[in-house]
Design a protein around this ligand. Structure first.
Ligand code: SF4
Length: 213
């Protein structure tokens, strides 16, 4: 099966399984989304959704967050992975938003990626989910699945992003990245995959992959 045919079939299957995938991180505006995405590195979305209500009750805007000390932020997010580094980044980026961006989250990749703790994936999530700009955030799960499904060769996250953008229509990117994430969470265990039982790998994975299980 050609790569493009595979991509089309995967897209149709995911659209049936997850017709309307919700944004998994609770937020109310671009700033709270940015902070939630930053907190989600090496932390489950469920954990992030537990800590953000307390944090945002204390500081739900860049102005309020910029006034908190790093230790105060840390106390709210302590149960997240990499909490000390994240607390520092949240404090620093809130100050930058106040000083350079008029207290608003900027709407460009360049400006977002210049903020402390904000990489290309985080910027992509904010651009697409907060601002509706076409972007295809690729996390490690999407990267791995794209390789298993034979949609990319797995050399780098950057290459996977380019390949997926070329295979899927721009208008589907936002939904699709969420659909792949939900599919991975539901179907991809950390160990032991029974590819014959899997709704996508059973027909999409390469022979080599199927033998590896
Ligand atoms: S076999 Fe299914 S569960 Fe395993 S990686 Fe492929 S899609 Fe995920």
């Amino acid at each position: 099966m050609k790569r493009q045919e595979k991509a089309d079939r995967i897209r149709e299957q995911l659209a049936k399984l997850y017709p309307d995938p919700p944004i998994p991180l609770d937020h109310s505006d671009p700033f709270t989304l940015l902070i939630a995405v930053l907190l989600s590195a090496q932390t489950t979305d469920a954990r992030v959704n537990k800590v953000t209500p307390g944090l945002f009750a204390r500081a739900g805007t860049p102005a309020a967050m910029a006034k908190l000390r790093v230790e105060e932020i840390l106390a709210e997010i302590r149960t997240c992975g990499l909490a000390p580094a994240k607390a520092k980044n949240i404090a620093a980026l809130s100050k930058i938003l106040m000083e350079k961006h008029g207290g608003k989250v900027p709407r460009s990749f360049e400006e977002l990626e210049a903020l402390p703790g904000v990489g290309h994936k985080t910027a992509s999530v904010v651009m697409t989910q907060a601002f509706g700009h076409p972007a295809f955030p690729v996390d490690t799960h999407i990267h791995r699945l794209a390789e298993r499904w034979g949609l990319s060769d797995g050399t780098s996250v950057e290459k996977t992003e380019r390949d997926l953008k070329a295979l899927f229509p721009e208008s589907t990117w936002n939904k699709l990245h969420l659909q792949i994430i939900y599919f991975g969470r539901e179907h991809c265990p950390a160990l032991r995959h029974d590819m014959t039982q899997c709704p996508i790998c059973s027909w999409a994975a390469s022979k080599k992959r199927q033998q590896q299980g």
